[in-house]
Design a protein around this ligand. Structure first.
Ligand code: ADP
Ligand code: MG
Length: 713
């Protein structure tokens, strides 16, 4: 596929836009906006309506309002109830005053400067102190703000890091969109758009970013068009992938499992479960068949997918092929390496590790070993995808996707070489509606139940005043030889604050609470070596308690850990809590997950402030205490928060769905599938107009990379 000029243009770095310096570009990169295309699809997550700006003296109780004033004071206090920090900000306008109040967000104080102009958006409530907003959204305004200039406008609000003020973010994105829009063109023929009542795509992008004073209906239509766009690209990708899989250049001919597999199963310290065996027989059938396997293996954390993958890889090795397993992180790759080496040593099978940060000498050794002709199992991260051609005689590719959806598909679409059998594993239970959207081209296997004898994880939701008891409990477990995780969430959008919270609590826990225990710390801002050392210390039991951020979320396996405390659990999504919780209960010990809920309780009075109802978080946490069924949790989470939030992909880089939600947008989903089929038919019949065809190339390349080579496309 040749790159189209528009494709090339849209992949320019944002620093090519006038007014966006290298420094700003690097800030934008931290929000995932590196290219013009990223900026174009960096859709706002909500809007601020300046439809009716009021003064404090015009506020009405229990009514949503947008209130404008200047900051008079910003104070932070600690209340008598332990651990509750209250920030109070008073604003004034035309002689009237109103307060904004935040609990447990001490950093809020720093965001206000005296005399600064702000807008509070929220529902004003009454307390003995008069009207106030609890937890209002805040718009920090430029000094030259005048309400009349804004009145009646609707402005986009973007996810942003703490380093980019919303006003700047708006300007940057608007500049980027201005630059990019002429190159992001309609790929659906006009007739089809009429038939499905779809707006022109560039018009839709324009409206989404800058609705000005358009009607609710127009904004809705713009959003709908972009939802269809997002689904369409996925559905089209699925159709194309199916074509590839029907291609003839598949050579791997695996053999019936023989002595090697028998021996492997005999050295395992356990028997495979029914669930594992039935999945293995599906995999075996695929591997023996003359068509490439393309199978998704779903199974909750800890249910034993890795052993299944290992068995499949050994089948490939026994048949004379090489096998590769790709992990989403280096920590996990190393862990796979340790486990697999342990097993394979006894089998006389070579296990190789290839990581980005390895020394040239080590890399060379791996390369030489690969070319030596003896079969091997190679372990690395997803970056191995880019050195596929260097792996000779590849018979089986295992991709541990975790949160990065679509890795395997992109690999196929950009790959002209031989197709190996592919097994994609994910520990994220994917709700059915979403699985069909993302993995429609794959067969799906599920390991339904974890191995027998696994102790269930008891989950408790507690308030912060119970923490002393929780620490005492950890101490008791440690005395019995167990280990514990204490997890801190991302408090802000930035990883910085998250790491800070963990680092601070590490001090507190190691010095004051557990001076007699060995406490470790791991967070995303540590250097690679420090991180690995901390993980290693915990794995080997040198540390008793590991203070951490969500970096431990994915796949870490320490069967001796029996307690996990998750602070500020209300800030996490359910799916993420589920992932975290899966780190414990992996051994033979009874395990406990403690969710510390810092949500202010309904009607709780504190220092005279009335706290409004904020029960939703608590209700959500109760789901965790009630069930350990990942699919149930995922479905609940997706309904409540949409697929983007559920899979935390904002952090993980490659966005999955930016604007569409398959559990909500069912009609758009089925329309997109129809459209994808029709477009491919038109393509095959050479009926697509040249402009639309070129734009379609551009659109598909933007999603799957320009190297895709599809038979017949
Ligand atoms: P997953 O990859 O699905 O998260 P793992 O494969 O890492 O799960 O398995 C979790 C733990 O359970 C590992 O320590 C593994 O050795 C163990 N395990 C796997 N299968 C079984 C089984 N059938 N019986 C007992 N333990 C098992
Ligand atoms: Mg695993």
């Amino acid at each position: 596929m040749a790159k189209t000029p528009d494709y090339e243009y849209l992949l320019r770095p944002v620093s090519s836009v006038k007014g966006i310096s290298e420094r700003r570009a690097s800030l934008l990169a931290r929000c995932g906006v590196g290219t013009l295309y990223d900026g174009l699809t960096f859709y706002p997550f909500r809007y601020e309506d300046y439809l009716n700006i009021v003064r404090p003296d015009q506020l009405k109780e229990n009514t949503e309002a947008l209130c404008y004033g200047r900051v008079v004071s910003a104070k932070s206090e600690t209340t008598h109830l332990k651990r509750r920090k209250v920030v109070t900000v008073v604003i004034e306008n035309a002689g009237g005053y109103v307060k904004g109040i935040w609990f447990n967000q001490p950093w809020m104080k720093e965001r206000f400067k005296e005399g600064g102009k702000v807008l509070f958006h929220g529902v004003a409530r009454f307390s003995s102190y008069g009207l106030n907003f609890v937890n209002p959204d805040v718009v920090y305004l430029d000094d030259d703000f005048h309400p009349d200039d804004y009145e009646g406008r609707r402005l986009p609000v973007y996810h942003s890091t703490e380093n980019i003020a919303q006003g700047n973010m708006r300007r940057f994105i608007s500049d980027i969109v201005g630059e990019a829009l002429p190159h992001f063109k309609e790929y659906l023929p006009a007739e089809l758009r009429r038939e499905y009542s779809l707006m022109d795509i560039s018009e839709a992008v324009k409206i989404i970013h800058d609705p000005q004073n358009r009607s609710e209906e127009e904004l809705l239509q713009a959003k709908r068009r972009l939802i269809v766009d997002e689904f369409f690209v996925l559905q089209f990708g699925i159709l194309l992938t199916r074509r590839i899989l029907q291609k003839e250049n598949y050579e791997a001919r695996h053999l019936e499992p023989g002595e090697l597999i028998k021996k492997f199963l005999s050295i395992l310290p356990f028997k495979l479960t029914e669930s594992q065996l039935s999945v293995l027989s599906e995999i075996k059938r695929d591997m023996l068949s003359p068509h490439p396997m393309h199978r998704l293996l779903q199974g909750d954390v800890g249910c034993g997918k890795t052993v299944v993958a290992a068995t499949a890889m050994l089948m490939a090795v026994e048949s004379g092929y090489n096998a590769v397993i790709m992990a989403p992180t280096e920590i996990l790759a190393r862990q796979h390496y340790l486990n697999l080496s342990k097993w394979c040593e006894k089998l006389g099978v070579d296990v190789l590790l290839s990581l980005g940060g390895m020394k040239a000498k080590e890399k060379k050794a791996v390369k030489e070993r690969m070319e030596s002709g003896r079969p091997f199992i190679l372990i690395g991260t997803h970056s191995l995808l880019f050195m596929r051609e260097e792996i000779p005689n590849l018979g089986l590719l295992v991709i541990d996707e975790q949160h990065k959806f679509g890795v395997a598909q992109r690999a196929l679409l950009r790959d002209n070489a031989n197709i190996p059998d592919t097994l994609v594993m994910t520990a994220t239970p994917i709700p059915r509606s979403l699985a069909m959207t993302l993995y429609g081209h794959m067969d799906i296997s599920v390991i339904k139940k974890p191995p027998e004898g696994r102790m269930p994880v008891m989950t408790y939701v507690v308030t912060p005043d119970r923490l002393e008891k929780v620490w005492a409990f950890i101490r008791k477990e440690v005395q019995e030889g167990r280990q514990a995780y204490v997890v801190y969430p991302r408090i802000d959008e930035s990883e910085k604050t998250e790491s800070k919270a963990a680092a601070k609590m590490y001090e507190e826990l190691s010095k004051n609470i557990f001076p007699d225990l060995r406490v470790g710390l791991v967070h995303g801002r540590l250097g690679k070596e420090e991180k690995e050392q901390a993980m290693e210390d915990f794995r080997t039991g040198r540390t008793n308690v590991l203070v951490c951020t969500t970096v431990i979320e994915v796949g870490v396996d320490v069967p001796n850990a029996s307690v996990m405390v998750i602070e500020d659990a209300q800030r996490f999504g359910l799916a993420q809590l589920h992932q975290l919780r899966g780190r414990i209960g992996r051994g033979k010990y009874a395990s406990y997950c403690v969710l510390v809920d810092n949500t202010p309780l309904e009607g709780e009075k504190e220092e005279g402030f009335y706290q409004p109802l904020l029960m939703t978080a608590n209700k959500r946490l109760e789901v965790m205490a009630r069930t350990s069924d990942g699919f149930e949790i995922a479905e609940a989470d997706m309904e409540q928060r949409g697929p983007g939030e559920v899979f935390g992909e904002k952090q993980s880089g490659q966005p999955l769905l930016l604007i569409a939600n398959p559990s909500r947008d069912k009609r758009e989903l089925s329309q997109s599938a129809e459209l994808a089929r029709k477009i491919l038919e038109d393509y095959d019949a050479k009926k697509l107009p040249p402009a639309e065809l070129e734009n379609l190339y551009t659109r598909i390349a933007l999603r799957y990379g320009p190297e895709f080579t599809i038979p017949g496309f």
